[in-house]
Design a protein around this ligand. Sequence first.
Ligand code: FSX
Ligand code: SF4
Ligand code: F3S
Length: 313
Amino acid sequence: MEKEKAFYERLEGKGVSRRDFMKFCTFLTATMGLSSSFVPKVAEVFAAPAQRPPVIYLHFGECTGCTESLIRSMYPWIDELVLEILSIEYHETIMAAAGRQAEEQLQHAANQYKGKFICVVEGAIATKFDGGYGKIGGRTFLEIAQDIIPKAAGVICNGSCSSFGNIPAANPNPGGYKGVGEVMGIKTVNIAGCPPNGINFVGTVVNYLLLGKLPALDDLGRPVWAYGKTIHDQCPRRAHFENEEFVEQFGSEEAAMGYCLYKVGCRGPETYNNCPVAKFNDGTSWPVEAGAPCIGCSEPKFWDKFTPFYEEL
Ligand code: FSX
Ligand code: SF4
Ligand code: F3S
């Protein structure tokens, strides 16, 4: 097919071979919990997209780590794939426009695609304004959210800040920051993590384009295929936990032997995420593999609930 041929030529122009791409599709399909018979269909979602839903991507109170995690640290070309399957109408980090021009683009896109666009949100929303928290172009985060979000067909929260409030909402929370669902009184798809794994965002979008529906969600709005099991239940150090072989001090012999990190604060038993399987940086590693305990970044209020970090649960 012409469309597919052009796609592979574009990829090759960026130094990505068909083999690399198929490897990625195989990995994505398996991570999404689909059988290998779906691999060609997943490839087709990218190579010959039947539809490219318009997306307005909003940033509120956050560190932009979620965007960085998606566009830079995984497969270096994953941003290209995202641009193949989505029509990004507004995204402050990657768009060329700035200032008034950007503001106009936001209004234009929200009106042109009213009721049809997907709104992706990164960051929490301030609900108190005495200190002047959270404004873009003279409008508060809350005003922007109330203007744009009701016009969207659905909302995906990328990261724990937009999902649950997270660090901006941590005690004492002078800005009254909250997650998008709570502020707007709506249900959102929550790609939790601080930052989330880019694969969890891409997989959720691909699932929607492939099957025409959102994946099953847990009671916190997180896709079950990615957040259905605890870190602890998938951890390669689990045998050490069962054998009571623990790291008691960083830099020790036990740490070098890859013992369990429970006693130096691992929150893996209470944290739902797929890091041991999906990993970060092109499948290179993830916190526990690198010797750092899981701090529970995909759980609501992890900053308040799980601190002080590095102390036993
Ligand atoms: Fe939050 Fe994302 Fe943590 Fe940062 O935007 S989930 S602070 S990684 O960047 O929202
Ligand atoms: Fe569980 Fe953490 Fe130990 Fe892994 S390192 S087995 S997640 S407590
Ligand atoms: Fe976060 Fe724990 Fe994974 S800290 S990145 S959920 S290992």
